[in-house]
Design a protein around this ligand. Sequence first.
Ligand code: HEM
Length: 483
Amino acid sequence: MGKGGDANTLANLSKDQTKNLPKYTWAEIQKHRTPSDAWIVYHNKVYDVSNWHEHPGGAVVFTHAGDDATDIFAAFHAPGSQNMMKKFLIGDLIVESVEHKDDKQRDFERAYRDLRAKLVMMGMFKSNFWFYVYKQSFNLSMWASAMAMMYFSDNIVVHLAAALWMGLFFQQCGWLAHDFLHHQVYKYRRYGDYSGLFWGGVMQGFSAQWWKNKHNGHHAVPNLHNSTATAQDGDPDIDTMPVLAWSLKQAQSFRELRSDGKDSAFVKFMIRNQKIFYFPILLLARLSWLNESFKYAYGLGAASENAALERKTRGLQYPIIEKVAIALHYAWCFAFVSGFGRFSLAKSFGLFMLMTCSCGFFLAIVFGLGHNGMAVYDADARPDFWKLQVTTTRNIIGGHGLPQWFVDWFCGGLQYQVDHHLFPGIPRHNLKKTHALVESFCKEWGVKYHEADMYDGTIEVLQCLDRVAMEFVVDFVKDGPTM
Ligand code: HEM
């Protein structure tokens, strides 16, 4: 194990390519912002990636069409990937035309790129073999103990406890698959994919490629709204309409889909009461993800047009393994919830729902704490990479009776959500050290960094839902007929 990050990549590229290339203004770059007409900027060079659906990272490449992708590129790629960029190079950016950046902003960007290089030099991107041996052994022992409880006991209380324990096991598998599929663990990326297919597919029931499409998209544009209700240029994780809205604009977004331009009764009811529905929706999250994964892996549909297009044009990277992994998952789950053939259908279904809903809650509460109730941006108003990642994200700390060691274990590294978003390739055991540098960097450059414990963070999320619901109600009351 062990790998280095992408410290400084420009130098490798440009030697024989800089001469006689067309020069483009920033205004020109911004015109090419759709998948069929997509230009991106990387270290002041311009690349045309229009219709490049075969990109090994999938549709996420289009999230930065018409924009600067320098930092998001560094966040995702293995050293050496930039060599593949040559064939897309079409010109140079006229740096003076980038009017929205003053000298202070340029210094800031240089400083955070230097910080990244410093972290690479410090070995923060290198994983610890024994840490992951320990985490995987612990997870396997959770699985084996839940199976044994169901197999050996005839006591219903033990069966219920086993289903809950399995729900927690699924959550922990989610964190392991997350680390592997972000390529935090192995230098050789295929090993990370295989481990992700095991922990995410066989054990957790999710399609690895479905997850990458959704999760990498989220990382590229966290808390960014789609420009229209049908557009695919926003964060898929906050694409929760018509049941939850994270801003007034999002709450109103379904109007444009109706001929009368008004909100449906369903939207009005859901958004008005969204604070109440938040927890029940978390309980159902895993069911929805299982459904999306199954459809994606077996080619039966996709949750978004973006995912459907990626599935159609690129296919699955591991077509057989993906399908077998999910089939194996349901096979062992069936044995587990049926008490190895001893239980009635009703009891088996009840146990399935208990482990599925508890896992949904355990996973989604951490995701919610990570981003919900933090800043949301319109696609057009996206700030620079660092400010976007930091201001849309919340770290989770111990508090209100929950000790830090429990938070660390339960959140699986995502308690350092801010640091993880800035450097998704850093393995979780190095995030604490990384965090110290990130926090002081934010202080030095005046970027608002936020953390809260699980209780306070959840209150912030509910307050945000309530605030948006109130704004929405005021808005449609203002709009409607006088009573
Ligand atoms: C011309 C531009 C680009 C080229 C040539 C390129 C090339 C590649 C290559 C070779 C890989 C596979 C090896 C690796 O993971 O490093 C990859 C993966 C990836 N790329 Fe790109 N890329 C480009 C732009 C982008 C952009 C702009 C984004 C994000 C906005 C992006 C996101 C990703 C992601 C998330 C992966 C990892 C997928 C996985 O884990 O399987 N790429 N890209």
